[in-house]
Design a protein around this ligand. Structure first.
Ligand code: XMP
Length: 517
């Protein structure tokens, strides 16, 4: 079996907003890569023996007092290096060239004239042809370090790209990772395959094979439990562990009474289809009685989280000796990136089963911690998951509790469930379900006046929330067609007893959040 990590690229993050995008592009070329903060120990890099290193862009100037820097030793390691934007300026600065400081930012599209089509620009036409590239920089290179030559220029940037005459060190002032750089993928591919000698071997098929073997080895004869929510991350995690150790994985699916309409039945039948060993726990009454009269969002979350741990522990005890907990943590949750404020800020604890491993003294298995969401979906396909399940919208652990604003009662939950089911039905029927990140209904804690037939009504309000997002860190409200909004509103008001008004939430995140509580 090939080791999928044997051809690794390391991306050093200098704080660019597009660092993750660089990683995505590298992986799209089927090469495995990892993001590390710029100040990672050089010894650690050496130990990882990467095939190549990419220095990301970043908001700083090399002349800033606290400018993020690396040791110039990195250029003596004999590993091919590509500096992007700030990464190129830093390369120049560290190797004795001159960077010109400017308070003026060049931002947007530029035309690139290529003079040297060796390595990085191989196969791309040279001047007088021009190519669209995307720039975002203040400083620029004024004088090259010794041994370097200019390989491309733009109208405003005489050194738009450079390379060392004999060493595999390259720099580009523009951003090859963004879509506006039309030749970006070719440039990155040239770096990976021509400069670094990588092979395109990082595929989801090879990932599944490798990770299955790793889990098998780690778990030995042990037992694993996994909390299943029916979402794609936990299901793919369970399928991978199941593939490795079969019946010694027990999945626990807790119905907390806060699921969507028919959710428990649908999810359960999916999971059974996938041959998972699932223990279903109907804990609806327990959760609802604890939530009785509670309207504070944080209290709701706490109660649900704590009760979940209790239920889960009880079920686990029934299974007997368990050694591991499998969890669907993804790569964006674990990247120690300087783009965010340190490692702790990047860990979204609410995405995991917070507290469980400590309480139960279990060791974690997180087979997806190297993957981006779209890669998880590809693994799901590889493992035979039905596409309905793979492309489901995310659903929060506290479920409808944080979408039933105010107090939670069976009656109010029933109203929300019906409204929500209509939203999903219409989103799917119109083809919009697959185009948005999430779409759902929220029951507001107010009643408003309406008129139905000849009668005055005083009924509930449903807010419709539908957002576009890449990773849920930021989001914008989806521009759904008016006819679709109208149809959803009409159906909810006509079909859901107790609702006489529907509103559409047009707030972005930030400053709002996706969920209302
Ligand atoms: P917010 O509301 O923070 O949501 O913008 C971002 C994403 O996270 C989901 N979310 C949760 N998921 N437990 C979860 O498993 C939670 O407590 C939770 N809160 C929010 C939300 O649905 C969105 O996709």
């Amino acid at each position: 079996m090939t080791d999928i990590h044997s051809q690794k690229i390391i991306i050093l993050d200098f704080g660019s907003q597009t660092t993750q995008l660089i990683a995505r592009r590298v992986r799209e070329e089927k090469v495995y890569c990892e993001i590390h903060p710029f100040n990672v120990d050089l010894e650690k890099i050496k130990a990882a023996s990467p095939r190549g290193i990419i220095l990301s862009g970043g908001p700083s100037s090399v002349y800033d007092r606290d400018a993020p820097a690396i040791s110039a030793e990195i250029f003596d390691m004999g590993i091919p290096i590509l500096g992007i934007c700030y990464g190129m300026q830093l390369t120049c600065h560290l190797l004795g060239g001159k960077v010109e400081h400017s308070d003026h930012r060049e931002y947007g599209n530029a035309r690139l004239l290529i003079h040297d089509t060796s390595v990085l620009f191989h196969g791309i036409s040279s001047a007088p042809d021009t190519h669209q590239v995307w720039m975002s920089h203040g400083d620029r290179i004024e004088e090259l370090p010794r041994g370097f030559k200019v390989t491309a220029e733009s109208e405003t940037c005489p050194v738009a790209a450079m390379r060392h005459e004999s060493l595999p060190i390259f720099g580009v002032q523009f951003h090859p990772e963004v879509i506006h750089t039309a030749i970006g993928n070719e440039i990155l591919a040239n770096f990976l395959f021509r400069a670094c000698g990588c092979e395109p071997s990082w595929t989801m098929h090879s990932f599944v094979e490798t990770v299955t073997a790793e889990i098998r080895q780690k778990v030995g004869d042990g037992r694993v439990i996994c909390a299943l929510s029916g979402g794609v991350d936990s299901t793919v995690t369970a399928l991978l562990v199941n593939r490795a150790i079969g019946e010694r994985l027990t999945c626990i699916f807790v119905n907390n009474g806060l699921l969507r309409k028919n959710e428990a039945e649908t999810v359960l039948s999916f999971l059974k289809q996938l041959n998972l060993n699932v223990q279903y726990v109907d804990a609806e009454k327990r959760f609802l009685s604890l939530l009785d009269g509670v309207s504070d969002p944080e209290k709701k979350r706490k109660i649900i989280g704590q009760e979940f741990i209790k239920v889960f522990e009880e079920e686990a005890n029934r299974i007997g000796e368990v050694n591991y907990l499998a969890q669907g943590t993804l790569y964006p949750d674990v990247i120690e990136s300087v783009s965010f404020k340190g490692p702790s800020a990047t860990i979204k604890s609410h995405h995991n089963v917070g507290g469980l491993p400590e309480v139960m003294k279990l060791e974690l298995i997180e087979p997806l911690r190297e993957l981006f969401k779209d890669e998880v979906r590809k693994v799901g396909e590889e493992l035979g998951m039905p596409s309905d399940l793979i492309y489901r919208h995310p659903f929060p652990g506290p479920g409808l509790a944080i979408r039933t604003l105010g107090t939670i009662t069976p009656e109010r939950l029933a109203i929300l469930r019906e409204a929500d089911a209509i939203v999903l039905e219409e989103m799917k029927a119109s083809g919009w379900y697959g185009k948005v990140w999430q779409s759902f209904a929220v029951l507001l804690p107010i009643q408003t006046v309406g008129v139905m037939g000849d009668e005055r009504t005083y009924d509930h309000v449903i807010a419709l929330r539908c957002v576009d997002s890449l990773d849920a860190m930021t989001a914008d409200w989806s521009k759904l067609p008016h006819e679709l909004l109208g149809r959803i509103s009409n159906r909810i008001i006509n079909e859901v007893k107790g609702v006489n008004r529907v509103c559409y939430d047009i707030s972005s995140k930030p400053p709002a959040t996706i969920e209302w509580e």
